[in-house]
Ligand binder design. Structure first.
Ligand SMILES: Cc1ncc(COP(=O)(O)O)c(C=O)c1O
Length: 475
């Protein structure tokens, strides 16, 4: 931490957290002996140590020290109905009581029902399931490479598509742009075969296509960028992406792992009226179980069919747990519920998101800090239940791209992901990327209580100016 004042503040926040979490701290140190870094997902292993949950239900999580938190992380933003929703649990319990639910190795009829449900809501005529968003984006890129017989992947600087080789460049390491390969162990030539472009920048996209168009197999893009800052793609920009991919013979892949069923009971592509060539699905489609899919034009997806000529065939074979029967049932139950109650669920959670965005900006500005919230598409009037909170060092009217969110000169990353986060945890709110995702299980009272916590933190920080990074104070 560069600023020594912030260091003192961090030390105080850590101290309070440690006092409240002695069992989690001891547990963390004990698991370090056997588990790499203390666990199996880096984002869960926040500093100084994670709390370990003992019970999760609806909006709440209880940890092994007996603390209860209102959770806005919600299963990596999968849990639109909150933790362990009863409808999904009941369906799974009934399934297990019938003596079924574990892997059998046979294709199950639920697979067809879920396929039809998904295909009726996105621009695709074929689908194949797998187990994680990571694998699904990898297969989508492989299909694009085979279909176009080209080698270059164009991705967004700041786009996260899981830790798969073809997209591990330009994720969160920003230095005059996103140009770094962010993993060791990759084939050497990958570094020249991944090109990044700036989100929401039509000119940069055009330039990249003009320069490399005949080599680009696909543009993979999140229409609502998640880890890149919770920012919507502008309609004009995504239309440009469609036009340019078509013009240059590349494929357009929409990664809707986060955006699928998050903003309405369907995919973002239908709100934008843009048809990608392929769509990648994950998170919510499994209703809390590991399920993902690639959906797309039949002629592309058929490249993984065994009937395809072996030179073109993509080894998207399926794994032992692909289309796991319990994941299919849980996804089907969950999505059907979201569709049935769409009119109740989305207006409620989107309205809460709107309130939170407005209030958090207001609270911080009133207390002397420059803060901007993301998670709304104003030009299209799309509200959302997702809220990003960014501590600004530079004046910007709207955050439009990860090039701002991950640029230390524009946004204070540490304030968002570390200091504010732990301060909110100490107040009983588990946030992510500043705030996170509101579920249907969250109550108005819980949302207001979270805003009271923000008020308390901001007004306390106002009183201790020497401990707060000067650059985020009002200019
Ligand atoms: C947009 C996007 N794509 C792909 C992935 C990878 O999905 P998974 O974590 O299920 O492998 C993620 C994960 O957060 C994501 O946000």
């Amino acid at each position: 931490m560069k600023n020594s004042g912030s260091k003192a503040l961090w030390a105080e926040i850590v101290e309070e957290y440690r006092k409240k979490n002695p069992k989690s701290e001891a547990f963390f140190h004990s698991v370090l002996k056997s588990q790499v870094g203390g666990g199996s997902h880096n984002l869960r292993l926040f500093s100084p140590f994670p709390f370990y949950d003992s019970y999760c239900s609806g909006s709440k999580v209880r940890d092994i020290d007996g603390n209860t938190y209102i959770d806005f992380w919600q299963g990596h933003f999968s849990n639109i109905l909150g933790h362990n929703p009863q409808i999904v649990r009941d369906a799974l319990i009934e399934y297990f009581q019938k003596g079924q639910g574990l892997i059998t190795g046979f294709p199950h009829q639920y697979q067809q029902e879920l396929s039809e449900l998904i295909l009726s809501r996105c621009s695709a005529d074929k689908i194949r399931f797998t187990t994680s968003g990571t694998l699904a984006t990898m297969y989508a890129v492989m299909l694009a490479k085979s279909f176009t017989n080209r080698s270059v992947v164009l991705k967004i600087g700041g786009g996260w598509h899981g830790a798969q080789p073809y997209t591990l460049k330009g994720i969160s390491s920003y230095k005059n742009g996103f140009n770094k390969v962010e993993s060791a162990g990759l084939p050497y030539e990958l570094k020249d075969n991944i090109i990044t472009t700036r989100f929401n920048d039509c000119q940069d996209l055009k330039d990249k296509f003009e320069k490399n168009g005949d080599r680009i197999a696909c543009l993979i893009i999140e229409p609502f960028i998640g880890a890149g800052g919770f920012i919507f793609g502008e309609k004009e920009y995504l239309e440009k992406a469609k036009q340019l991919t078509k013009k240059y013979g590349a494929l357009l892949i929409f990664d809707e792992v986060v955006s699928g069923f998050r903003f309405h009971a369907g995919f973002l592509q239908s709100l934008y009226e843009i048809n990608p060539d392929m769509t990648v699905l994950g998170k919510s489609i499994g209703g809390g179980m590991p399920l993902s899919a690639v959906a797309g034009r039949g002629e592309i997806l058929s490249l993984c069919d065994t009937k395809t000529n072996s030179n073109r065939r993509v080894k998207f074979e399926g794994g032992t747990f692909s289309a796991h029967p319990s994941a299919l049932l849980s996804g089907l139950t969950f999505l059907k519920y979201l569709i049935k109650d769409e009119g109740k669920i989305y207006p409620k959670i989107n309205k809460m998101g709107e309130l939170v965005r407005k209030k958090i900006e207001e609270i911080f500005i009133r207390n002397g800090f420059n803060v901007k919230c993301t998670g709304v598409n104003e030009s299209m009037g799309i509200n959302s239940s997702i809220v990003g909170v960014h501590f600004l060092r530079e004046k910007v009217d709207h955050l439009v791209s990860p090039d701002e969110v991950w640029n230390e000169k524009v946004c204070n990353f540490e304030m968002r992901e570390k200091i504010f986060r732990l301060a909110m945890i100490n107040k009983g709110f588990n946030t992510f990327h500043g705030y996170g995702a509101i579920s249907y299980a969250h109550t108005k009272e819980e949302i207001h209580a979270s805003l009271d916590a923000v008020e308390c933190i901001a007004s306390n920080w106002k009183k201790i100016p020497d401990k707060i990074d000067k650059t985020i104070r009002l200019w």
